[in-house]
Ligand binder design. Structure first.
Ligand SMILES: Cc1cc2nc3c(=O)[nH]c(=O)nc-3n(C[C@H](O)[C@H](O)[C@H](O)COP(=O)(O)OP(=O)(O)OC[C@H]3O[C@@H](n4cnc5c(N)ncnc54)[C@H](O)[C@@H]3O)c2cc1C
Length: 507
C-alpha cells in the first residue's frame, strides 16, 4: 500500500482550485490519493432560501458544466425518439439522443409493449418508414414472434434493447442514457430554445443544441418551455397499466382453450362500451375478460377488482406468456410524482390478482408464475401540445389530406371508447403542424403528445404513428439547420423531399 500523499499543493494551484470551486466549474475535487482511489469531495451548494408560506425553496444560482453540444437533440428514446434521431442523422445532422432510463425503446422496452402493428389485419395500408424498418430489423435479428391473429410481429421487449443499440451505434447517433431533461435554456431575448438542463448521476449539466425534439411522451420539454398544452382530466384519462410476463405456461393447452372459447373485438365492449364500425366485431382478438368474472365468482380475487381484463400477446416455446396487458387503473395523473408512486404500487398488486385469476380459471396457466413486471408503469395519456394544427377525430376518420403531410397512418383508433381497425385500407395524412408548438421555436414535439383531440390521440398514440411523427420531426429539424431557418419557418418542400428519399409515403 502506498503512503498517503500529504505534500501540500503549490500555492498557485491552490488558488486555481479555490477559484474553480468558487465559480462552480469544478464541483467535485480530489484532496489526496491514498493509492486506494482518490479521496473525493463534492462542493455542496450554498444555502438557498426556504419560503415556507409559498411552499417553495429558492435555489442559489449555480454554474453548470456543459456536458455536450450538438445540432439536433432528441429527448426521449421511445418509438418517436428513436425514429427522430435516426431520421435527423440520416438527413446529415449531428444528433444526440438523451434518455432517462438505461435503454432505448420507450414503452416497448420499459413497459414491455411488443405489438407495434397489431392493427395490421388484411387490407391495411401501412405507413412506410422507420417504424416498419424497426419491426423488420427486429425480425431479421430473431427478436420477434408472430402475433396470434394477423401478420404483424410481436417484438421481444428485452431483445429490442439490443436492436435499438444496433440502430443507434451504426447510425452514428451520440447516445446519453440515464439522463433526464429537467429544464430548458432560451437564446436570450427570444422564444428560441438553445439547450437543456439535465440531471443524472453526474449531477446537473447542460446540453446545448440548435434544435430540440421533445419525444418524452409527456411533452416535458414543451411544458418546461412554456408552450401551451392540454391534459385530459384525470377522470377521462386513458388508464395506466402494469404490464407483466408469466412463465410456466402450457402454451398448447392455453391455445386450445382460446380456440374453444374464441374472443373477438366484440368482447372488448364488455369492458369499454366502445363504438366500432361493425367490421371489427367478428375479428379474432387475443383477449381475456370473462375469465375474471369467473375468478370473482369463485372468490379467487376480490369482488371489487373491476380493473382487470385485456389482451395477451406472444407465447414462447419456453412457456412464457408475455405482455399481459390486463390491469387498467384510472384516476392517476402520470405527471404527478405521488400519483405515479401510488399507481406503481397498486399496479403490482392488481397484476398479481390477475395472475391468481388466470391460474385458477384458464387452462394452461395452472402452474404459471410471475416472471417479471414491466420496469415502469405504462402511461397512455398525459399532456398534448396545442399546435399549429390540432388534429381532430373527424380528420382521422375521414381520410384527411394536408399540404404539409409528413407521412400517413392507417385509420386505426383505439381509445376513449372508440375502436376502428384499418382493414378497409383507409388512411389519413399526418400534418407537420401537429408537431409545432405555438409559443416556442426550434422545438418540435413528436410521439403521443402531438397536438389533437381525444379521438385523434387514440390514433396518434399508437407506436407506429409515433414513428411517423418522430421521423417527420427528425427530418424537419435537420433540414431547418441546412436551410438556416427555424423549425417554425422551415420550407416543407425540402422536408418532404428528404422524407421521400428516406422511404416515407407522404400521400
Ligand atoms: C400498457 C400500454 C399498452 C399499449 N399498447 C399498445 C399497443 O399494443 N400498440 C401500440 O402501438 N401502442 C400501444 N400503447 C401506446 C404506446 O406504447 C405509446 O403511446 C407509445 O409508446 C408512445 O411513444 P413515444 O415515443 O411518444 O413515448 P414513449 O414510448 O413513452 O417514450 C418516451 C421516452 O422518453 C423518456 N423520457 C420521458 N421523459 C423524459 C425526460 N424528461 N428526459 C429524458 N427522457 C425522458 C422515457 O423514459 C421514454 O423512454 C400502449 C401503451 C401502454 C401504456
Amino acid at each position: 500500500m502506498q503512503d498517503e500523499d500529504k505534500t501540500p499543493a503549490p500555492f498557485p494551484a491552490r488558488i486555481a482550485r479555490m477559484l474553480s470551486r468558487w465559480s462552480g466549474q469544478r464541483l467535485t475535487f480530489s484532496r489526496r490519493n491514498t493509492g486506494e482511489g482518490e479521496v473525493l469531495q463534492h462542493q455542496p451548494p450554498a444555502a438557498g432560501e426556504l419560503d415556507a408560506a409559498q411552499g417553495v425553496y429558492i435555489e442559489p444560482p449555480k454554474a453548470l458544466p456543459i456536458l455536450a453540444t450538438c445540432e439536433v437533440l432528441v429527448v426521449g428514446a421511445g418509438p418517436a425518439g428513436l425514429s427522430a434521431a435516426l431520421a435527423a442523422r440520416r438527413a446529415g445532422a449531428d444528433v444526440i439522443l438523451l434518455e432517462r432510463f438505461g435503454c432505448f425503446g420507450g414503452a416497448i422496452t420499459t413497459v414491455g409493449m411488443e405489438t407495434l402493428a397489431w392493427y395490421r389485419y388484411e387490407g391495411t395500408i401501412e405507413s412506410e418508414g422507420i417504424g416498419v424498418e424497426m419491426e423488420r430489423r427486429a425480425a431479421a435479428m430473431g427478436g420477434t414472434v408472430k402475433w396470434p391473429y394477423n401478420d404483424s410481429e410481436c417484438l421481444d421487449a428485452d431483445f429490442f434493447k439490443v436492436v435499438a443499440d444496433h440502430l443507434v451505434r451504426e447510425s452514428g447517433i451520440r447516445p446519453i442514457l440515464h439522463c433526464m431533461a429537467v429544464d430548458v435554456i432560451f437564446e436570450e431575448g427570444t422564444n428560441r430554445l438553445k439547450g437543456l438542463i439535465t440531471e443524472s448521476k453526474s449531477g446537473r449539466q447542460v446540453v446545448l443544441a440548435q434544435r430540440i425534439i421533445d419525444c418524452t411522451g409527456d411533452a416535458d420539454i414543451a411544458h418546461l418551455a412554456g408552450a401551451s398544452y392540454r391534459k385530459t382530466p384525470k377522470d377521462k384519462m386513458l388508464g395506466m397499466t402494469t404490464v407483466f410476463n408469466a412463465s410456466g405456461v402450457d402454451k398448447q393447452r392455453f391455445l386450445d382453450y382460446t380456440e374453444a372459447r374464441p374472443a373477438t373485438y366484440a368482447d372488448w365492449s364488455r369492458t369499454w362500451q366502445q363504438q366500432t364500425t361493425g367490421k371489427e366485431e367478428a375479428l379474432r382478438s387475443p383477449y381475456l375478460d370473462k375469465e375474471f368474472d369467473e375468478a370473482r365468482a369463485l372468490g379467487v380475487i376480490p369482488q371489487d377488482s373491476t380493473n382487470l381484463g385485456g389482451s395477451w400477446s406472444s407465447l414462447t416455446e419456453a412457456g412464457e406468456a408475455n405482455n399481459l396487458n390486463l390491469v387498467h387503473m384510472y384516476g392517476f395523473d402520470p405527471t404527478d410524482v405521488m400519483d405515479l408512486t401510488r399507481a406503481e404500487m397498486q399496479g403490482r398488486s392488481e397484476a398479481l390478482q390477475a395472475l391468481m385469476a388466470l391460474k385458477a380459471v384458464v387452462p394452461g396457466f395452472e402452474k404459471a408464475k410471475l416472471r417479471n413486471f414491466s420496469m415502469t408503469i405504462g402511461v397512455r395519456d398525459s399532456r398534448k401540445i396545442i399546435g399549429r394544427h390540432n388534429l381532430t377525430g373527424d380528420e382521422v376518420r375521414n381520410q384527411a389530406k394536408f399540404a404539409d403531410s409528413i407521412g400517413i397512418f392507417p385509420e386505426f383508433i383505439d381509445g376513449y371508447a372508440v375502436l376502428i381497425l384499418p382493414s378497409t385500407g383507409r388512411y389519413f395524412e399526418v400534418p407537420y403542424g401537429c408537431m409545432v408548438p405555438l409559443e416556442v421555436d426550434n422545438l418540435l414535439v413528436a410521439g403521443r403528445c402531438v397536438a389533437g383531440d381525444m379521438v385523434s390521440h387514440a390514433a396518434m398514440r399508437n407506436m407506429m404513428a409515433c414513428t411517423v411523427t418522430g421521423q417527420g420531426a427528425g427530418v424537419a429539424a435537420a433540414v431547418s439547420i441546412r436551410q438556416n431557418q427555424s423549425t417554425a419557418d422551415v420550407d416543407l418542400v425540402d422536408v418532404q423531399a428528404e422524407l421521400e428519399k428516406q422511404g416515407v409515403r407522404l400521400h
